[in-house]
Design a protein around this ligand. Structure first.
Ligand code: MN
Length: 191
């Protein structure tokens, strides 16, 4: 079990994580929709995840979402790198009713984000949907990894956001899958 915490004037965050778990989740950020997304992420990545965030929600959810992404990424970094004997690449397309989102990742130990989801405006129960991009930016740059999220189709923004979190979860689960035939999956010799 990996533990990470981070306290600033804006947020107080604690994460416990087991990369090869069963997908059990205890999430409390004070932001209902974000809790719902992180719960879906844990469930479908099969990561056991406890995440609590006490943030400055009297301002808005921005700092809480961004910083939760940072601390989650720091815990994932410790769990994943340096990589050895795992797949390294992972892909998943997740559909939810009319919505379809694809995620492609490379556990390259370098940061890159390609974000192509139509969630740049609107909100769900006080959660600004542009924060979905902020979350994935935090994860991509702090883990780090190469993360692509691609919109295929859909109209309902709850479905599109949730499909993105689930696609990321499944792609990550596949990328960290052990494969004994793979040593260090890089011609550089280290990742
Ligand atoms: Mn839902």
């Amino acid at each position: 079990m990996i533990k990470k915490s981070r306290v600033t004037k804006e947020t107080d965050i604690a994460v416990k994580l087991n990369l090869y778990g069963t997908g059990s989740a205890k999430i409390n950020t004070g932001i209902g929709f974000f809790d719902h997304m992180l719960d879906a992420f844990a469930r479908h990545s099969l990561i056991d995840l406890e995440l609590t965030c006490k943030g400055d929600l009297h301002i808005d959810a921005h700092h809480s979402v961004e910083d939760s992404g940072i601390v989650l990424a720091q815990a994932l970094n410790e769990a994943i790198y340096p990589i050895k004997g795992i797949e390294r690449y992972g892909n998943a397309t997740v559909v939810m009713d009319e919505a379809s989102v694809s995620c492609d990742i490379d556990l390259s130990n370098r940061a890159y984000l390609v974000y192509d989801l139509p969630l740049n405006s609107g909100e769900i129960n006080g959660f600004d949907l542009e924060l979905v991009e902020e979350f994935f930016k935090s994860v991509a740059f702090n883990l780090p990894l190469n993360l692509h999220l691609t919109f295929n189709r859909g109209t309902n923004r709850h479905h599109i956001a949730e499909a993105a979190f689930k696609a990321f979860a499944v792609a990550l689960r596949r990328a960290v899958t052990p494969n004994s035939r793979i040593g260090v999956p890089s011609t550089k010799g280290v990742l």
